[in-house]
Design a protein around this ligand. Structure first.
Ligand code: PGA
Length: 238
């Protein structure tokens, strides 16, 4: 693991954004693995200002709520890749707002309940993920791989914990509207990426990041599995 302390969130975002831009300029058919959450927003902001052509780049998102997946609509093919987001809290909506409405990719994929068994082979068929962006949860989760997830997990459907449902209810009209499940790439799916950026912004991530990078490799901290990846950079800032 290469661990880099950045001067600021802007510095962190620029380092990752510039590298993605550089790699796309050398390989127009790059495959990106994308994450939602507050941490990667700065990287996406940078990419929106890029003059590099992303129109041959394909993207795969890490996770999506069950029931809020975008539905593929062939009439919209070539426009946004998928249909209209079902809900403002869907990760597809987030990606549209923060990246896809401005940067035109060849095609963007999201894992859905009905395709959870085929998402990894779809990634393989596209040549695998070249660069995977990851955030980390304060409990050590990556994507929706919560503590206890096994190292060999592929894309799968997870039941959200009571805690997560409660936490996320602030974004919905009522707690009953919060999806109870999500589809997520597994640890093995993530480990197959050729290069990974694990990003952490803020003092509240410091403890868990230290455990993930220097502690035992354990399912209690899913991010600790990343220590075994051959090409991973960890960028963090206070
Ligand atoms: P955050 O979320 O980027 O909003 O901090 C990261 C995560 O929980 O995976």
């Amino acid at each position: 693991m290469e661990i880099i302390k950045c001067k600021s969130y802007r510095d962190l975002s620029l380092q990752v954004g510039i590298d993605i831009e550089y790699q796309v300029s050398r390989n127009s058919k790059l495959v990106l693995g994308l994450a939602t959450g507050s941490t990667p927003k700065g990287v996406y902001e940078y990419l929106k200002s890029s003059t590099v052509d992303f129109s041959e780049v394909r993207t795969f998102n890490l996770d999506e709520y069950v029931g809020l997946e975008p539905e593929f609509n062939s009439r919209l093919k070539g426009k946004k890749g998928y249909g209209v987001p079902k809900h403002k809290q869907s990760y597809y909506y987030f990606m549209n707002e923060h990246l896809f409405n401005e940067v035109k990719f060849k095609r963007s994929f999201f894992p859905g309940e009905s395709q959870s068994d085929t998402y990894d082979s779809l990634i393989d068929a596209c040549g695998g993920i070249d660069i995977q962006i990851l955030g980390i949860g304060t409990n050590g989760h990556i994507a929706f791989n919560e503590p206890g997830t096994s190292r060999d997990s592929l894309t799968h459907v997870v039941d959200l914990t009571e805690n997560t449902i409660k936490d996320n209810s602030r974004f919905f009209d009522s707690i009953d509207d919060v999806p109870k499940q999500a589809t997520t790439m597994g640890i093995e799916s993530i480990m197959r990426a050729k290069q990974i950026y694990l990003l952490a912004n803020g003092k509240h991530k410091k403890d868990i990041l230290e455990k993930a990078c220097y502690g035992d490799i354990t399912s209690d901290i899913p991010a600790s599995y990343l220590q075994e990846h051959k090409n991973i950079k960890v960028l963090y800032c206070d």
